[in-house]
Design a protein around this ligand. Structure first.
Ligand code: IPE
Ligand code: IPE
Ligand code: MG
Length: 228
């Protein structure tokens, strides 16, 4: 089972959770967990082309994560700057097209500038890496509904057409690491018929092999979309 193209996932999204617990288990500062989390992202991005996924969407910073202590927020922003600077050439080399979902323009001006430069430099890539930054799904839906209303009609199609993900394939599979079983304001609309996998693995320990196994599980599932 799972070899025909219909059963293969085109769009996979991941709630990358558990960096803090990973660090705590080792008596390390949280910042170290986030740093190792970035390494897990790097390894995964390198594997995307080989796994044949069209789009990988990663939840990197939620609109609610601003509630964390200032030093943790600034650590995360600093990691973001470093990651873009160091990995952009690799994105280009690996045929990755960066996309940002969420209200990223509210981030620090230098980060916005780096992101926009990265979007431009990767615009020819064919494998989409969508990064959710300052992302909240309820806010995204409210923005999309407002835009749909302004364009004349609110219905499921017009709202979907104004979501940040409008140009991405439908979401096939959502994965959350670290054992939490909730969506935390991520892709609420897009999850309508997504398959879900919750794993105990903490994000810094998540490898391309874990993703490969999740994709195999996905391929073995029967999707019905309400039919029979
Ligand atoms: C996920 O790890 C990273 C972000 C939310 C930015 P956490 O920092 O939430 O790790 P836990 O949940 O405290 O273990
Ligand atoms: C969700 O994880 C956000 C990201 C992974 C970026 P959180 O750790 O912020 O979620 P809660 O607080 O456990 O719901
Ligand atoms: Mg968490």
């Amino acid at each position: 089972m799972g070899e025909d193209s219909d059963s293969r996932a085109r769009h996979v999204a991941i709630i990358m959770d558990g960096n803090g617990r990973w660090a705590r288990q080792r008596g390390l500062p949280r910042a170290m967990g986030h740093r190792r989390g970035v390494e897990a992202v790097r390894n995964l991005v390198r594997s995307v082309k080989g796994l044949g996924i069209e789009c990988l969407t990663l939840y990197a910073f939620s609109s609610e994560n601003w509630k964390r202590p200032e030093d943790e927020v600034s650590d995360l922003m600093q990691l973001m700057r470093r990651f873009i600077r160091s990995d952009l050439p690799e994105f280009v080399a690996n045929d990755v097209r960066l996309k940002i979902i969420g209200d990223y323009k509210a981030l620090a001006p230098d980060i916005v500038e780096m992101l926009e430069n990265a979007l431009e430099r990767t615009s020819k890539g064919s494998h989409v890496l969508a990064v959710a930054l300052n992302y909240g799904s309820q806010q995204e839906i409210a923005r999309a509904a407002t835009a749909a209303a302004a364009a004349g009609e609110i219905n499921a199609e017009t709202i979907a057409a104004h979501l940040d993900t409008a140009d991405l394939p439908p979401l096939d599979l959502l994965i959350r690491t670290s054992g939490e079983v909730r969506l935390s304001n991520f892709l609420l609309w897009q999850c309508a018929y997504a398959e879900m996998i919750f794993t105990e693995v903490l994000w810094p320990d998540f490898t391309p092999d874990h993703l490969r196994r999740a994709l195999d599980q996905f391929s073995a599932r029967e999707r019905r979309y309400g039919g029979r």
